[in-house]
Design a protein around this ligand. Sequence first.
Ligand SMILES: Cc1cc2nc3c(=O)[nH]c(=O)nc-3n(C[C@H](O)[C@H](O)[C@H](O)COP(=O)(O)OP(=O)(O)OC[C@H]3O[C@@H](n4cnc5c(N)ncnc54)[C@H](O)[C@@H]3O)c2cc1C
Length: 360
Amino acid sequence: MAKEKTYKHVDEMRPWNDKEHLLECVAWTPETADVMTFTFKPDQPGHWFRYQPGQFLTLELPVGPDPVMRTYTISSTPSRPYTIQVTAKAQKDSIGTRWMMEHLKPGMKLKAYGPVGDFSYVRHPGDKYLFISAGSGITPMMSMTRDLSDREPDSDIAFIHCARSPNDIIFRWELEYKARHMPHFALGFIVEQLERSQLWTGLKGFIDRAKISLLAPDFLDRKVFCCGPAPFMATVRDALQNAGFDMDNYHEEAFLPAAAPAPLVVPVYADGEAPTKVTFALSGKEGQCEPGFTLLQAGRANGVRIAAACESGLCGTCKVIKLKGEVDMQHNGGILDEEIEEGYILACCSRPLTDVEIEA
Ligand SMILES: Cc1cc2nc3c(=O)[nH]c(=O)nc-3n(C[C@H](O)[C@H](O)[C@H](O)COP(=O)(O)OP(=O)(O)OC[C@H]3O[C@@H](n4cnc5c(N)ncnc54)[C@H](O)[C@@H]3O)c2cc1C
């Protein structure tokens, strides 16, 4: 007999909250030769996904005996909250993303941490937007565009995307569809190269001020979001600055690769320095943190696993609650002010100033 399913409206379901989740893969879709989109549903029925367009999450991938952590922007839109998607591009010698492409199949479950990030029009609203991306940097722009097209279809968006060739343009058909259906959506592609005899009506070459002016003549009045490889973003920044753009209206996201775990070196004590005591409340362990060490390193040294990916205060995977004590936290945007107010810290970039107790 077929299983009876109860139809639930979103207000009868519970939101995915921001800590650790299990996601169940339901589909994978090739986008280009080296890019795939993976669709997930919550492993528990009756939940919906709550996040801001442009935010990211970190997946724990069971690549070998030790899992690897990889961070991906959520490419789907919170306006369609029943599933979530990430769109991943395999780099040369890729370990994590390649594993997903070759092994991740519907029915498999992955641990996910997040959502995190403030690269979102929700956090930096404007009257008109200019989204500039290259390669896989298109994912946050796509999430924001999908969200705006559902919530405010008359939004004024200029979208410039750069790719190696027309075949490498991720989401090309969906963007072209949006350009036809959204009254104030201007789309421009710039490609580096064409196949022999390939028909192409977009621009060719590399992004520069002239191409930005051509595709978004009023770019000086727009809120700009930019994402792509570091040299690409540097070129865009220079072009905007040289044109007199107000850089308070410029936001960028760097897709930094995951870091190797920071080594545990033998501590050298300066005069008056001493280790601090760290209590790991969840695991019921106590240990010490050497001077200069982070709480993540202290966890490793004391046999407490705290999930972490970038190890530079950016991805937010190692967010934990600080129950007692003071730390010096030097993060790079991986934690929001309101989360700090709620008592969260990032273990990878927090060094104890006193004895500390954390929920780990
Ligand atoms: C906030 C944030 C959001 C991200 N969003 C996405 C996303 O939406 N889609 C996506 O595909 N990736 C995204 N990334 C990058 C992603 O986390 C991985 O770093 C990237 O996919 C490489 O992982 P891998 O397993 O393929 O390669 P790895 O096994 O990590 O590395 C393989 C090789 O590629 C090099 N490499 C690693 N990363 C990069 C890179 N970004 N550029 C150039 N060379 C690199 C390494 O040095 C190594 O030689 C994001 C990163 C961050 C921090």
